[in-house]
Design a protein around this ligand. Structure first.
Ligand code: PGA
Length: 252
């Protein structure tokens, strides 16, 4: 069974309430393509307002704490995100790994907290340019998968993996279609090895400089089940072009 494509916008630290009109436009556009699942992860401050304003798309967080509550100044828990109306959370984004020093074990704990709160979870993995140049990209990414995936019965059903080569994020550079296909096949094999048959039903998103111009080719690569989109998700027109590419011909 083909998995429903999943296009997720990661707004990063962008967006004030004025951007809710853009979210509304994304929501109305997404409603015309029910064959594609669309999500937006705005900053925490917009999660509740956006969740209340949209109908066709799902709203998510960009990170969560490992604990449900407690003395963790500045942090937000998965349970709080769920309470605000979120349906998913991104964990292990390379900006969290690089800037906040998050390790695979932290990412796994966050993913497990997300599942415990009833959220879907998008676990991000990806190699640096130096790791790719050294021929270690697949080894690095499959090790991140092994270390970061949530454990436990039923985890696969709520899990999405996002492959985002660090060197492709925000740079306008993308891997070749052959390299994307090879990596996604390697991730699929690892998911099946770790999760059994359930691993074949986990969507694997590609992320890193996805835009309206390259989306169709990237989404057509082996085992690419959608896209995690940063810069191009901030405007409804560009994100909806990517949604259209995911919907395929005949779905205008
Ligand atoms: P980008 O970001 O599309 O701006 O490259 C992708 C991401 O970081 O998720």
């Amino acid at each position: 069974m083909a998995l429903r494509p999943y296009i997720v916008g990661n707004w990063k630290m962008n967006g004030t309430r004025a951007m809710l009109t853009e979210a509304g436009a994304i929501d109305r556009g997404a409603a015309r393509h029910p064959g594609v699942q669309v999500g937006i992860a705005p900053p925490f401050t917009l999660v509740q307002a956006m969740a209340e304003a949209v109908e066709a798309i799902v709203v998510g967080g960009q990170d969560c704490h490992t604990q449900a509550s407690g003395a963790y100044t500045g942090d937000v828990s998965a349970a709080m995100l769920a309470d605000a109306g979120a349906g998913f959370v991104i964990v292990g984004h390379s900006e969290r790994r690089a800037i906040h020093g998050e390790k695979d074990a932290d990412v796994r704990a966050k993913a497990e907290a997300a599942l415990a709160a009833g959220l879907g979870v998008i676990v991000c993995v990806g190699e640096t340019e130096a790791q790719r140049d050294a021929g270690k990209a697949e080894a690095v990414v499959t090790a991140q998968i092994a270390g970061s995936l949530p454990q436990g019965e039923g985890a696969a059903a709520q899990l999405t993996v996002a492959y985002e080569p660090v060197w492709a994020i925000g740079t306008g550079r993308v891997p070749s279609a052959e390299d994307v296909s090879a990596m996604h096949r390697a991730i699929r094999a690892k998911l099946v090895a770790l999760l059994g048959e359930a691993g074949s039903e986990v969507r694997i998103l590609y992320g890193g400089s996805v835009n309206a111009g390259n989306a169709a080719e990237l989404l057509g690569c082996d085992d690419v089940g959608g896209a995690l989109v940063g810069g191009a998700s901030l405007m409804a027109d560009s994100l909806l072009s990517i949604v259209l590419a995911a919907a395929g011909p005949g779905d205008d």
